[in-house]
Design a protein around this ligand. Structure first.
Ligand code: AHM
Ligand code: MG
Length: 338
C-alpha cells in the first residue's frame, strides 16, 4: 500500500475537530505547495541564475540572496492567494503585508522564507519556517492586536527542509508529523508520525566561535554538557550547520539542544521570534521538548515589534532546563545549577 499523503493526513486530523471548516487544512496544503516550488528552485540553483546575492540589504541588515527573493515571492504568490490569509509577516519584509479581497481569509502566517541563506551557495540544507495565527479581532482591517501576540496563540507551525530530501514537518496541536517529498510524483508522503524528543540529548549545537562574546552562563552550560564526555564514553557530540531549521531537524531526530544566546555583539539575540523561535518552539513542545530564552518559555514571550529578536535554547527538556538554571545562577536569582 502507498503511504499517506500530506493532504490526506491533514484532512484526517481535521475530521477529529468537529466544526472545522477546512480552512486551516487547505492553508497547510498550500504552504506545502509553496515548499514544492521553492524545493525545485533550490535543486536547480547551480543550473539557473539564482545563486549569489542580489546586492540588497534587507530589514534585518542582512544581504539578500537571490534565492531568498525567490522564496519570498513564492510564499507571497501561493500562500497570499490561497484565500485563507489576511496578513503575511515575513522575515524579509519591513512591514506586515495585508492581503486584499478577494483572496482574504482568516489566518495570519509568519514565516522565514529561506532560513540559513548564508549556506545557499555551499549547497547546505536550508528551509522555510512558518507559524500560523487565527485572526483575533472582528475588525475587518488587520490590526496590530491581530499579530502582536505570544507564540502560544499559534494554531499550527512547521517547516519545509530542503536537504538530502525535502521534508515537510508540521504540528496543528496534535503531535508532530514528518512527510517526505517524493519528487517523482510531486507528493509529500508520511514518513514519521508523532515524533518525540524525550530520549537522551546526544547533540550540542552552538556556534562556538561566538565564545568570546558569550555571557558567563553560556560557558558554564556548555562546560557542563562537555563534562558528560569522559575517557569511558563520548555521550554528546557537537553538530552545528548554521541553518537553524536543519540543526533543529537533526536534533529532533537524534535528541539534542541548539542554542543561540544573546551576547555582547547581539544583546537582543540574533534569531527572530515570529519567524524562527516561535514555530520551532511550538513543534518542540508538541514533541515533548522545550524552548526558552533562558528566562522564560519562548511561547510566552510578548513581542514588542514585528522583527523582535530573541535568545533561543531549544531541544530536550532536561538540557533547556539546565540552561535556565545556569542563567538564574549568574543572575543570582535561583538555585545553583546542578
Ligand atoms: P537567516 O534567517 O538570515 O538565515 O539567519 C538565521 C541563521 C540561522 O539559521 C542560524 O542558526 C544562524 O543564523 C547562524 O548565525 P551565525 O552565522 O551567527 O552563527
Ligand atoms: Mg532565518
Amino acid at each position: 500500500m502507498h503511504g499517506m499523503t500530506l493532504t490526506q493526513h491533514i484532512r484526517a486530523a481535521q475530521l477529529t475537530h468537529p466544526g472545522a471548516k477546512g480552512e486551516l487544512s487547505s492553508l497547510l496544503t498550500q504552504i506545502g505547495v509553496a515548499g514544492k516550488i521553492i524545493s525545485s528552485k533550490v535543486n536547480m540553483a547551480g543550473l539557473v541564475d539564482v545563486l549569489g546575492s542580489t546586492g540588497v540589504v534587507n530589514v534585518q541588515g542582512e544581504v539578500v540572496q537571490k534565492l531568498d527573493e525567490v522564496a519570498e515571492e513564492t510564499v507571497q504568490d501561493i500562500v497570499g492567494r490561497s484565500g485563507h490569509v489576511c496578513a503575511l509577516l515575513s522575515e524579509e519584509r519591513k512591514s506586515v503585508l495585508e492581503i486584499p479581497a478577494p483572496y482574504r481569509g482568516d489566518y495570519i502566517v509568519a514565516y522565514d522564507p529561506l532560513d540559513g541563506s548564508s549556506n545557499i551557495d555551499a549547497n547546505v540544507s536550508i528551509g522555510t519556517i512558518f507559524g500560523i495565527f487565527h485572526k483575533k479581532s472582528l475588525d475587518p482591517e488587520v490590526t496590530r492586536a491581530d499579530w502582536m501576540r505570544p507564540g502560544r496563540e499559534m494554531v499550527a507551525a512547521g517547516y519545509i527542509l530542503y536537504g538530502s530530501s525535502t521534508v515537510f514537518v508540521y504540528t496543528a496541536g496534535d503531535g508532530v508529523h514528518c512527510f517526505t517529498l517524493d519528487p517523482g510524483v510531486g507528493e509529500y508522503i508520511l514518513s514519521m508520525e508523532n515524533l518525540r524528543l524525550d530520549g537522551r540529548c546526544k547533540v550540542l549545537s552552538v556556534n562556538h566561535c561566538n565564545g568570546p562574546y558569550w555571557e558567563p552562563w553560556v560557558h558554564d552550560f556548555v562546560g557542563q554538557i562537555l563534562a558528560r564526555n569522559d575517557d569511558e564514553k563520548r555521550r554528546v557530540s557537537g553538530r552545528h550547520i548554521g541553518s537553524l531549521v536543519a540543526d533543529f531537524h537533526r536534533n529532533l531526530m537524534y535528541g539534542g539542544v541548539y542554542l543561540y544566546p544573546t551576547d555582547s555583539r547581539q544583546p537582543k539575540g540574533k534569531l527572530r521570534l515570529f519567524y524562527e523561535a516561535n514555530p520551532l518552539a511550538m513543534l518542540v513542545e508538541e514533541a515533548g521538548g522545550a524552548a526558552s530564552d533562558g528566562r522564560q518559555r519562548i511561547l510566552d514571550v510578548m513581542p514588542d515589534e514585528l522583527h523582535h529578536r530573541t535568545a533561543l535554547i531549544v531541544g530536550n527538556k532536561t538540557e533547556v532546563e539546565l540552561a535556565e538554571a545556569c542563567v538564574a545562577k549568574y543572575e543570582g536569582k535561583g538555585p545553583a545549577a546542578p
